[in-house]
Write a protein that binds this ligand. Structure first.
Ligand SMILES: Cc1cc2nc3c(=O)[nH]c(=O)nc-3n(C[C@H](O)[C@H](O)[C@H](O)COP(=O)(O)O)c2cc1C
Length: 182
C-alpha cells in the first residue's frame, strides 16, 4: 500500500478511459471505501447506483449542458444518492463518500472524475438531478448529488505540484493571521 500523501498528490480528474470493463473484484474493492466513510450520527444515508449499460451511460452523458459528455465512455459510473429522510446533512455525507471512492479508484490504478448533478441543468434547462432520477428510477426521497465516472486511464496527468499549495488559505487563531506570520 502506498503512502496517503503520494496518493493525494497523484489523484487527478481523469476524463478519458480505455474501453475495457472493470472486473467484479475491482468493483467490490472500489466500493468498500465509500461504504467505510464517516457520516453524521453514523446514519450512512448514501447509496450508489452503478451503471455499466452502454445505452444508459450514453444517456447519462447528456445529463448536463456541458462537462458531462465524457461519462458515456467510462467503464462504470457511480451515481451518488442519499436518503434525505435520514439526515439534513446528506450532501456532506454523500460528498465524503464520493471523495473516498475517488481516492480508492486512484489507489487501484484507475481514473475517475466527479460530475456534479445537484443544482445543475441539462441543455434544455431541466434539472440534472431529475433527469438522472427519471432515467435510473430513483425514488423521490433520495437526493441526487453527483456521478463518479470510473475507468482505466487513457490520459496521464501530472501529479499535484507542491508549488501550488495555497498555504494562505490557513488562518491561525483568527482570520487575519496567516501561517507565514507565525
Ligand atoms: C463538487 C465538484 C464538482 C465537479 N463537477 C465536475 C463536472 O461537472 N464535470 C467535470 O468534468 N469535472 C467536475 N469536477 C472535477 C473538477 O473540475 C476537478 O476536481 C478540478 O478541476 C481539479 O482538478 P483535479 O481533480 O485534476 O485535481 C468537479 C469536482 C468537484 C469536487
Amino acid at each position: 500500500m502506498e503512502n496517503l500523501s503520494e496518493l493525494l498528490h497523484r489523484r487527478r480528474s481523469i476524463r478519458k478511459y480505455q474501453s475495457s470493463e472493470l472486473t467484479e473484484d475491482e468493483i467490490r474493492r472500489l466500493f468498500a471505501a465509500p461504504l467505510m466513510a464517516p457520516s453524521s450520527k453514523r446514519c450512512t444515508p448514501w447509496e450508489f447506483v452503478l451503471v455499466r449499460d452502454k445505452d444508459r451511460l450514453e444517456a447519462l452523458g447528456a445529463c448536463r449542458a456541458a462537462n458531462s459528455a465524457f461519462v458515456s465512455k467510462a467503464a462504470l459510473v457511480a451515481v451518488v444518492i442519499a436518503d434525505t429522510e435520514k439526515t439534513d446533512v446528506w450532501v456532506e455525507d454523500a460528498s465524503i463518500a464520493a471523495a473516498y471512492l475517488q481516492l480508492q479508484v486512484e489507489e487501484c490504478g484507475l481514473g475517475s472524475c466527479w460530475v456534479q448533478l445537484r443544482k445543475r441543468q441539462t441543455a434544455d434547462g431541466r434539472s440534472s438531478e431529475d433527469y438522472v432520477r427519471e432515467l435510473l428510477q430513483i425514488p423521490d426521497k433520495y437526493g441526487v448529488l453527483c456521478m463518479v465516472a470510473i475507468g482505466r486511464k487513457a490520459e496521464e496527468k501530472k501529479p499535484f505540484d507542491d508549488e501550488r499549495m495555497q498555504w494562505q488559505k490557513l488562518h491561525c487563531d483568527s482570520f487575519g493571521q496567516s501561517l507565514q506570520q507565525l
